[in-house]
Design a protein around this ligand. Sequence first.
Ligand SMILES: Cc1cc2nc3c(=O)[nH]c(=O)nc-3n(C[C@H](O)[C@H](O)[C@H](O)COP(=O)(O)OP(=O)(O)OC[C@H]3O[C@@H](n4cnc5c(N)ncnc54)[C@H](O)[C@@H]3O)c2cc1C
Length: 396
Amino acid sequence: MSAPRTTSLPASPLIESEDRRALREAVAALGRRYGREYFQRKARANQPVEELWSEAAKLGYLGVNLPAEYGGGGAGISELSIVLEELGASGCPLLMLIVSPAICGTVIARFGTEEQKRRWLPGLADGSKVMAFGITEPDAGSNSHRIGTVARRDGQDWLLSGRKVFISGIDHADAVLFVGRTEDARTGKLKPALFVVPRDTPGFEYRPIPMELTAPERQFQVFLDDVRLPADALVGDEDAGLLQLFAGLNPERIMTAAFTLGIARYALDTAVGYARTRTVWDQPIGAHQGIAHPLAQCAIEVELARLMTQKAAHLYDAGDDLAAGEAANMAKYAAGEASCRAVDQAVQTLGGNGLTQEYGLAALITATRVGRVAPVSREMILNYVAQHTLGLPRSY
Ligand SMILES: Cc1cc2nc3c(=O)[nH]c(=O)nc-3n(C[C@H](O)[C@H](O)[C@H](O)COP(=O)(O)OP(=O)(O)OC[C@H]3O[C@@H](n4cnc5c(N)ncnc54)[C@H](O)[C@@H]3O)c2cc1C
């Protein structure tokens, strides 16, 4: 039998530059040194993966997308998504990479004041600071137009009040980038605005939500009760809130695609390795088409979703936010679907071992479902594509 190529097909130089392929290999080597067992141990103890996080930071991987003048690598979301995908493929999917350098780092780098950039970006780039991101609210959910977190002026300060839900990783973050609203002085209408709120700010409380996820990060409910913030807690310009939000959403979707693709590749690699050796009749189970074909189908779907993710990252890095928006939605959808199917099929391939802790697959069933729900659900992406790509009427 030839050596398994499994799911990480070498990218053609037409699709991925030599530098990016070298980055893939280097990150994959780092991920393998830690591996699934390390990640699961941390996840079960709800501890952050500090060792992996700080080593990846020292090697320049965590801030690879952030501007070089603030300590980052000066590359783009293409590179950061490679880091996340490869770590995931080694069994270590780092959710906070989506949030801290990709969403928060991007928004501050693109829209923050000089002071905000100097305060936050070097720490986000070298991993010494982590920033969570809070948009979801209990009474708004997918409908972000309904966000009820509002900031009112009080002299030079802001008073921020509202509730958030499912916010990841607050307990190990230095601050949270919250999406709220401010009142337009001219029209009186509420418009989006983003605020950086340090975790120890009085009036900012958070409580863990018991989740059926085995992950190093927990999700939290947040209560903001007249949280007093200095004027410079507002990111950039008060009138640029919507642009800032969109600037963060494309990297979030592209990175979520990379997150689920890494998981899918880990699952498929494990399943393929198992199917090649596990023998209960006369041949390895991988010789049965009932096992081989679904795995082949998953490998194709994962590879297609990887291509779409690379396209979305390429468009984003080239500055085409509009085209990147459509591609990022499609990539997130495709990767989420491919990943759910790949994990399901991997578990099936291992039979009983698919549900043991030893093989590290069972926890991925819930982990990969996250990619169908967050940051935007499968249905909301279908709504988006139906309306914007196909030009069909909006139904809601
Ligand atoms: C593990 C995890 C981590 C998360 N981390 C963060 C985080 O760090 N920060 C943050 O801000 N949020 C986070 N979230 C929240 C996540 O983004 C939301 O769960 C997601 O946006 C969906 O919102 P909801 O859960 O309120 O679902 P709802 O909006 O209540 O939707 C419920 C169901 O209804 C469907 N639905 C709703 N409207 C429509 C419609 N018009 N047409 C068709 N179907 C519709 C949805 O697709 C979904 O299937 C996280 C969630 C999870 C599970």
